[in-house]
Ligand binder design. Sequence first.
Ligand code: XMP
Length: 326
Amino acid sequence: DWNADNVIAEQVERIRAQIGSAKVICGLSGGVDSAVAAALVHEAVGDQLTCVFVDHGLLRKDERRQVEEDYAKSTGVRIVTVDASERFLGALAGVSDPEEKRKIIGREFIRTFEQAERDLVAEAADAGEPIRFLVQGTLYPDVVESGGGSGTANIKSHHNVGGLPDDLQFELVEPLRTLFKDEVRAIGRELGLPEVIVGRQPFPGPGLGIRIVGEVTAERLAILREADAIVRAELSAAGLDAEIWQCPVVLLADVRSVGVQGDGRTYGHPIVLRPVSSEDAMTADWTRVPYDVLAKISNRITNEVPDVNRVTVDITSKPPGTIEWE
Ligand code: XMP
């Protein structure tokens, strides 16, 4: 029988054997895989591990705090945060095309991470303790997918934040290589990780950057972040987290419609809710969220989020629609 304790004990032993007394680094994305991989390595070698967390400014409300405070507190992992929001916003200025955004975000992410890596490597080398290992949260399905040329068309370039630099100078530590997602979550819970991280629904590496249809700006990100936080809170409060695979919240930044609020005319943006039910994200059906939950979300968003005067629900399955709008 599969047992989280046994897997943890086994992996801790393996990691110790591989790393010895060397230094190791890990990139955290805010997602469950890198968080659990890092926690396992920390369990094995303690402060020989340093984590790098790149804040690209495209995170959801509270995500940075959840990593820096909740996760760090519960694991003891040392985290170096790089605040790169300005850099990403600068690089994204004037760009509306979805694939162009993905390329820019992917490129800037790798550059930012590599710079942080170089700084840490230099610092460690000065202290006479070179960093030789890099932790990756690779899961079993990732191993299978990248090994087998399945020949499926690449519809969107799925850049997973934390991608490997080209001139890799590290030996990889991949403690999740034999595991499935559910098993990774079980291990994370056993290690005492916060539920917001362990139970997190899928969230794309390019973050809110591909949920603003149109150019990404700081103002638009602020609007979307508020609307998204309301949606997540209300769906959770209604007990729908298990039924919903994920619920992208999309800002149609280039669309405006006329509304009326109080005794004034408004000319604001629509928000799209995209709740989907799915097994693996390859196909999906739109989730039949109860009307009263939708009503509450709609009321709250139009009352609480400036510049949004309409809330719509996407009722397209996948195919033909993809889960994300970009
Ligand atoms: P689509 O929109 O293709 O999404 O139906 C399928 C799943 O993949 C996620 N997704 C991404 N994840 N980088 C990621 O790391 C991306 O660029 C990206 N695009 C989509 C999406 O959230 C869904 O879970």
